[in-house]
Structure formats: structure tokens, C-alpha cells
Design a protein around this ligand. Structure first.
Ligand SMILES: [Zn+2]
Length: 113
């Protein structure tokens, strides 16, 4: 499952940060999941607890944000915001959108002790 391996990536990042920043435990994590990242937030949340067990982030709260994605409309040449890969242009209704941002998953903030 895609989301499980993402959770494993997050765990690796957190373990590395714990050493670098010298903290013992992560109590809360804020994640940005771009609407175009193809990540299912619920599936991620589901896998998160299991994957974090035994790590510095065991029992950490997970806060998921879904920022809007950026796209460029090839039909009316405007920059627009989209919430999914299948959106059409909010200005002209065209489907010729070029996605320019919002496909990333990143850790925005950590609360540590
Ligand atoms: Zn357009």
C-alpha cells in the first residue's frame, strides 16, 4: 500500500530529526498533503499509528491539512487553484490544466519533547 510506505518514510525522517535536533518524542505532527499527491488522507491516518509504534512518534497526534494545488490554464492563460487532478478551469471550464504545484506531501511542523 502506497500510504504505508509513505508512513514509513515519515518515520525515517522523524527518527533522523530526533537525532539531529536532539528530541526524544514527537507528540504532534502537522502534515500537508497536496490535493494532487494521490494520497488518501484517511488511509494515511489509518496506517500512521501502526507504523509509528515503537518509534519516536509513537502515539503522536496527526493533523492533516490539504492545501489547494496550483495549475495553469492553457486555454485562458490564467493561474488557477484546483482541489483535484480532475478539476476543470474555474475561469473558462477548460480541462487543459497544467498542474504546477500541490502534488507534495510534507511535514509542516512538529511538536516535540
Ligand atoms: Zn481557463
Amino acid at each position: 500500500m502506497h500510504e504505508i510506505s509513505l508512513c514509513e518514510d515519515i518515520r525515517t525522517t522523524l527518527e533522523e530529526e530526533a537525532v539531529k535536533q536532539n528530541f526524544n518524542q514527537v507528540t504532534k505532527i502537522w502534515l500537508d498533503i497536496g490535493p494532487l499527491s494521490c494520497v488518501e488522507p484517511e488511509a494515511l491516518r489509518f496506517g500512521f499509528d501502526a507504523v509509528m509504534r515503537g518509534s519516536v512518534a509513537e502515539g503522536a497526534a496527526l493533523e492533516i491539512h490539504a492545501p489547494k494545488g496550483d495549475a495553469y490554464c492553457l486555454a485562458c492563460h490564467s493561474k488557477v487553484q484546483v482541489t483535484s487532478r480532475f478539476d476543470t478551469c474555474p475561469n473558462c471550464g477548460a480541462a487543459e490544466l497544467q498542474i504546477t504545484g500541490g502534488d507534495a506531501l510534507k511535514i509542516r511542523k512538529l511538536e516535540v519533547v
